[in-house]
Design a protein around this ligand. Structure first.
Ligand code: ADP
Length: 384
């Protein structure tokens, strides 16, 4: 069964066409800079050379048209007709408290995703554009939503509540939701496979270290705590996000620097983290390179790395305590997968802190594969 995976961001639409029974992708790519004058398409089949070209793409509807046209193109396509696609899986960032698992998309589900746009104003609207475009261009093909938040819906209230007046949780849904759920869930399942043990018997800590970074405590296959909160700003030091910070810093900055709430938000989301401390870049490659030099700039880069690693170690310690034990720490995403020294350093630093038998694993994430699996399962179940 061919499943099309769509992941719409504010100005991009990523896609993968999966053969769900054979567990491999046929083609994948991305339409970038949607809504700009210099939009482009990158496309790759599992056997052919990657292709890249400029396209005219004013919105997500056009992006989906381009994707379908590319997949069915005589020269670079992999299918003859769009009717060969039997299901569409969408990555959706926020499913609030309502979606505890991936779900078949109905008009009611769409209304809920619209409702949760209030909690994820940058992320849910592009997903909705993608879902609507697919309902028009790929009419009649069943669609499934896979949420970044749903895996963390198993967190107990003691870890998801903020200690602010309860009425604000009731009124606005202010609580910790957690993100990157698809990635944490995928690598947890892979870790169980690698360790030859059932997931339900394992206490895992999964570290997703990419441009955004988060860490999750997974007890018996269930997320029991995670570092991102109401928004993806909380928790670890990231490329451009501060992670944990005393909220009083926000008021202090507003007063001293005469910043508006939106300006402080930008400062903490876009100018902080590795970039803010190193002054060099949000990209781990650049920070590592700078840290090897001499002088003040190298010192700042080393400080950024130290802070990045220290925060991860602090969370690992906290999550071992939260779960009362640990079987493995799993590292995934760009930073983990390309910086073995970093994982080794964390493993060495934590010797004597985590149980001696705990394993340290690096497992590449594959969110698209999990979205494809969920979509396939849900559509197959509905056909019966
Ligand atoms: P995203 O969250 O956007 O999916 P990725 O998982 O691609 O992010 O991770 C991006 C991070 O991975 C960046 O900080 C980048 O520096 C780091 N990274 C990617 N490739 C390498 C590499 N070859 N060496 C070191 N770091 C890398």
């Amino acid at each position: 069964m061919l499943i099309l995976i769509i992941n719409c961001g504010s100005s991009s639409a990523k896609y993968q066409l999966f053969d769900a029974e054979r567990h491999h992708f046929l083609a994948k790519g991305i339409v970038e800079r949607i809504g700009h004058t210099n939009s482009s398409l990158r496309h790759q089949t599992n056997s052919g050379k990657p292709l890249s070209r400029n396209v005219s793409c004013k919105d997500h509807h056009v992006a989906i048209e381009i994707i379908v046209k590319t997949l069915t193109d005589d020269r670079c396509g992999v299918i003859r007709s769009k009717n060969e696609i039997k299901g569409i899986g969408h990555r959706v960032v926020h499913g609030g408290e309502e979606f505890k698992a991936s779900t078949f998309i109905t008009p009611k589900v769409i209304r809920s995703i619209v409702k949760y746009s209030e909690l994820a104003p940058l992320h849910n609207p592009p997903s909705l554009f993608g879902i609507r475009a697919c309902s028009e261009i790929l009419r009649g093909i069943p669609q499934v939503a896979v949420f970044d938040t749903s895996f963390h819906q198993t967190m107990p209230s003691r870890s998801f509540m903020y200690a602010i007046p309860y009425r604000l949780y009731a009124k606005y849904g202010i609580r910790r939701y957690g993100f990157h759920g698809t990635s944490h869930r995928f690598v947890a399942e892979e870790a169980a496979r690698k360790l030859w043990r059932p997931l339900k018997d394992l206490r895992l800590i999964t570290c997703h270290l990419g441009n955004g970074c988060s860490i999750t405590a997974i007890d018996g296959g269930k997320s029991v705590d995670t570092s991102m909160g109401f928004t993806p700003l909380e928790g670890l030091v990231m490329g451009t996000r501060s992670g944990d910070i005393d909220p009083a810093v926000v008021f202090y900055l507003m007063e001293k620097e005469r910043l508006s709430p939106a300006e402080v938000s930008d400062l903490l989301n876009k100018e902080s983290g590795l970039l803010g401390i190193s002054g060099v870049s949000n990209d781990m490659r650049d920070v590592v390179k700078a840290s090897k030099g001499k002088g003040k700039a190298a010192g700042r880069a080393r400080l950024a790395l130290d802070m990045f690693i220290y925060r991860i170690e602090k969370y690992i310690g906290a999550y071992v305590a939260a779960m009362g034990g640990l079987d493995a720490v799993v590292f995934t995403a760009g930073i983990s997968e390309n910086n073995p020294w970093l994982v080794k350093r964390i493993e060495d630093d934590l010797k004597g802190i985590v149980p001696r038998e705990a394993k340290f694993l690096v497992i590449p994430t594959n969110e698209e594969l999990l979205i494809a699996r969920d979509t396939y399962k849900i559509i197959k179940a509905r056909r019966k």
